[in-house]
Design a protein around this ligand. Structure first.
Ligand SMILES: NC(=O)c1ccc[n+]([C@@H]2O[C@H](COP(=O)([O-])OP(=O)(O)OC[C@H]3O[C@@H](n4cnc5c(N)ncnc54)[C@H](O)[C@@H]3O)[C@@H](O)[C@H]2O)c1
Length: 328
């Protein structure tokens, strides 16, 4: 079994595959790219090397990254040539099951039988793709986010047949590329897109019901609860706000929207046990001793203050700028 990934093939050199290839190559891993034709792959390499130089010049990539990417990123004329002999293969072709099945079959026919195979699918469960994979114990979802060169989080989804022993091997590769990974059960949309699409769906409903405009929804999301999200997830945020407070708020939602927004059972049971989060010493995230609670609040305050400074330094996004010009 592979214990350390040193060589990678990325199949599909588009938006995601290209960014994944850049990220792994910058971390010192040898990456071979393949797209539909040799010509398409060469064009993609040209673009990725040019972008890497620009990103480094703009201070967005660490010094030396462009050179490392140039040294470690190669192309192959076919999927078969790219995957032959490598330790890990990431499939990043379009989200169309028939294309993914065909590509996975070609990968398996040419790769080593023990090569680990990841798919960058956004929503398809492993069980729908695994039938195209021989030795499915080496197959899992390794879901990078867009834009892949800059977003650190990666979802890992194991299928029924996935060997748990490959997970630490994939995690170690991701750590080398400074990525954070989290494991998720094999359900459609995993965690990231389930949450993201619920937010988008609810935002659409708010606009359709005339409660707020598209622009005002975006402003509220990014400047209120979204402002906290680079640092804390919803459970940590609730622990800091107070679970008793959340339970009272849920009552309002339950009264207005019924079962759809009823108080969650997990929250109810914590509140019933007197676990109100940081203020009571226990919550969703287990126990908080007073020293840890004080450190957490200090970190939170610093994080939000620095976030405000960063936004000030960056200035408004082009979208915000255009809005303020048209509304003047
Ligand atoms: N774009 C996003 O925001 C995003 C985010 C996370 C995950 N994903 C997922 O990543 C995967 C790729 O998405 P993308 O946005 O990079 O798409 P894309 O269209 O930019 O890239 C897909 C690439 O696959 C190539 N391709 C198509 N058929 C092929 C074949 N038979 N053999 C080899 N290459 C082939 C295409 O030429 C193209 O370069 C999808 O599963 C998508 O759902 C996308």
């Amino acid at each position: 079994m592979i214990t350390r990934i040193e060589t990678v093939a990325v199949i599909g050199a588009g938006y995601m595959g290209g960014g994944i290839a850049q990220s792994l190559a910058a971390a010192g891993i040898t990456v071979t790219l393949a797209d539909v034709t040799a010509e398409a792959t060469s064009k993609a390499l040209e673009r990725l090397l040019r972008e890497a130089g620009e990103f480094e010049a703009q201070g967005l990539f660490a010094p030396g990254s462009a050179e490392a990417i140039k040294a470690n990123l190669k192309t192959a004329d076919s999927i078969e040539d790219a995957v032959r002999g490598v330790d890990f293969i990431e499939e990043a072709v379009p989200e169309i099951p028939s294309i993914k099945h065909e590509v996975l079959r070609r990968i398996c026919a040419a790769a080593r039988p023990d090569a680990i195979i990841g798919t960058n699918t956004s929503t398809l469960p492993v069980k729908t793709l695994a039938p195209a994979v021989t030795h499915p114990e080496r197959f899992l979802t390794v879901h990078f986010s867009n834009p892949a060169p800059f977003i650190p989080g990666v979802e890992l989804v194991s299928g029924e047949a996935t060997d748990p022993a490959i997970i630490p091997v994939v995690k170690a590769m991701l750590r080398r590329a400074k990525r954070l990974s989290a494991e998720v059960a094999d359900v459609p949309g995993f965690v990231l897109n389930r949450l993201q699409y619920v937010l988008l769906k609810e935002s659409n409903s708010i606009v359709e019901e005339g409660i707020a405009t598209v622009q005002d929804v975006d402003t509220i999301v990014r400047s209120t609860f979204g402002f906290r999200l680079p640092f804390f997830g919803p459970f940590a945020i609730a622990d800091m706000a107070g679970l008793d407070v959340y339970a009272n708020c849920f009552q309002t939602f339950e009264d207005a929207f019924g079962e759809r927004l009823a108080t969650p059972e997990l929250l109810k049971s914590l509140v019933a046990e007197g676990k109100f989060g940081v203020k009571s010493g226990a919550g969703f995230n287990g126990n908080f001793d007073p020293e840890m609670a004080a450190k957490l609040v200090a970190y939170r305050n610093k994080a939000y203050a620095r976030m405000a400074q960063l936004l000030e330094e960056l200035g408004p996004s082009p979208l915000e700028e255009a809005r303020s010009t048209t509304s003047e």
